[in-house]
Unconditional design. Structure first.
Length: 168
């Protein structure tokens, strides 16, 4: 609740001005309530607004979550490490460490190569981006969970990103 209260004006403004939704924070039930108004033009505005608030609640920056409001082909994908491989104790900690890398280097490399945003929240991983880019990032994260060394993942990402540049 405290990050939501701290960034409330940054969250509230685009929902009301850009999407023309009615928004309120219900402190008692700890929810953000959205509804359409008579000025709402976009039929998917309510869903986009809900995705935007959910992305912020999962840990994405407001500027990154704003892409959900502005672009149509941006999605949010979430999965747990246990969905890929059942790990316990130190093995789980090492897998999280492989994904993050020293000072977040591996995570940033995956984000930059796949043009996505990634949030590591304990054993949950949330990826924000286009459908194809999410698949690239998810494949890289899954290979790290399964034990691939980061150097091998970097090489794979390098070849994939060079193929993506050739396509355009």
């Amino acid at each position: 609740m405290s990050p939501l209260k701290r960034s409330w004006m940054e969250i509230y403004s685009p929902l009301v001005e850009h999407m023309k939704l009615q928004v309120r924070m219900n402190v008692k039930s700890r929810t953000v309530e959205l509804r359409t108004s008579k000025d709402t033009d976009d039929t998917g505005a309510l869903q986009k607004g809900a995705d935007f608030v959910r992305a912020f609640a999962l840990g994405f920056e407001v500027a990154d979550a704003m892409a959900l409001l502005r672009l149509d082909d941006i999605f949010l994908d979430s999965f747990e490490i246990k969905d890929v491989k059942t790990l316990h104790g130190d093995h789980l900690a090492r897998a999280i460490g492989r994904i993050a890398g020293r000072d977040g280097k591996t995570k940033f490399t995956i984000e930059n190569a796949s043009k996505t945003r990634i949030v590591l929240a304990d054993t949950k991983i949330h990826i924000l981006g286009s459908f194809q880019n999410i698949k690239i990032a998810r494949d890289a994260v899954v290979s790290l969970i399964l034990g691939s060394p980061p150097g091998k993942v970097y090489a794979t990402l390098r070849t994939i990103s060079s193929r993506m540049k050739e396509r355009f």
